[in-house]
Design a protein around this ligand. Sequence first.
Ligand SMILES: Cc1ncc(COP(=O)(O)O)c(C=O)c1O
Length: 408
Amino acid sequence: MTILADTATEAAIALADRYAAHNYSPLPVVAASAEGAWITDVDGRRYLDCLAAYSAVNFGHRNPEITATAHAQLDTVTLVSRAFHSDKLGPFCAALARLCGKDMVLPMNSGAEAVESALKVARKWGAEVKGVPAGRANIIVADNNFHGRTISIVSFSSDPVARNGFGPFTPGFRSVPFGDAAGLARAIDGDTVAVLLEPIQGEAGIIVPPDDYLPAVRALCSEHDVLLIADEIQSGLARTGHTLACDRWGVVPDVYLLGKALGGGVVPLSAVVADRDILGVLRPGEHGSTFGGNPLAAAIGSTVVSILERGEFQARSAELGAHLHGRLEDMIGDGVVAVRGMGLWAGVDVDPSLGTGKEMSLRLADRGVLVKDTHGSTLRFAPPLVVTREEIDWAVRQFAAALREAGP
Ligand SMILES: Cc1ncc(COP(=O)(O)O)c(C=O)c1O
């Protein structure tokens, strides 16, 4: 088939449209290369990346320390499967467990796999440790959650687009309002094995709960012998100015779920991190993944952990995040209705009369700034944490100009 197009961008999009499944609706920008906080497209245009691959590129595109590790490991050994040991797995798991203050790590690949793995671990823990009768375990989640796209995960989604047509669904989940500890308390019963939450709901629009919420949930889980599972796949690893978003409230969950930035923007690498009395319920053959914890991913993960141990990206995110939030809050009343978030992670509700979030993203892309809408008229700004103050100011000026352009 010949695809006729005037520009390299049009040709690339036409080819993908013809042969790639339409499960996304991307902006019409075709990346050819990227460095730091910038993406260059196939026609040579440059864009400031204010999405950072949904926080998978927290440390910048092609972060030199991470790519050096990747290059070295590519020349050594990349995959042996878990049928054998590799010299990179132990050091990675030890380093990540230490970073999280836990005993053990279960390495997987995608974020959804980490969530699925934690659901299995929680059910097994419920049966073997808590003593919940077989087949009766329930897990409590929050309304408007986003934890991935597998059948079990969409079984407890409140988004009709994620669910419609995909039933029958996995039973055993209860959904309660996010931010309401009393509502959660009412949902807990003797068969509840876990509460699964994003500490800050990302896809829902960067929703930060009230300050007393997570501490109250922690107390409820301890009181009722229920595992608190924090999905930090998007909120974790320096995005909020903290290593883990839970740190903001001094809350220590029983289980951390990590992904995205853990793979340094190079490989899919996710993890379930918990103490031995929880992860120890898994025995050989009960769970696994051919690529999970492979030497390439483990080497990169170790470098990511050592970067996080230095704390420089957490500090950057806190400082530049305060600056970004200040600049965006100044725009409230001038096309911006509300700003939420923490660190270099901002959800911005745009006046709906100025257009949808998608339309505003297109206007911003025309001005060289890449953002993504979440729902309705909400945009998210989440640049790689290498972004500079000047680049943030420039992006905010482009945003203000795009809002004026959309105005009456
Ligand atoms: C909080 C959270 N959990 C899980 C996932 C799923 O991760 P993945 O797309 O790698 O499966 C995402 C993805 O956006 C997420 O934001």
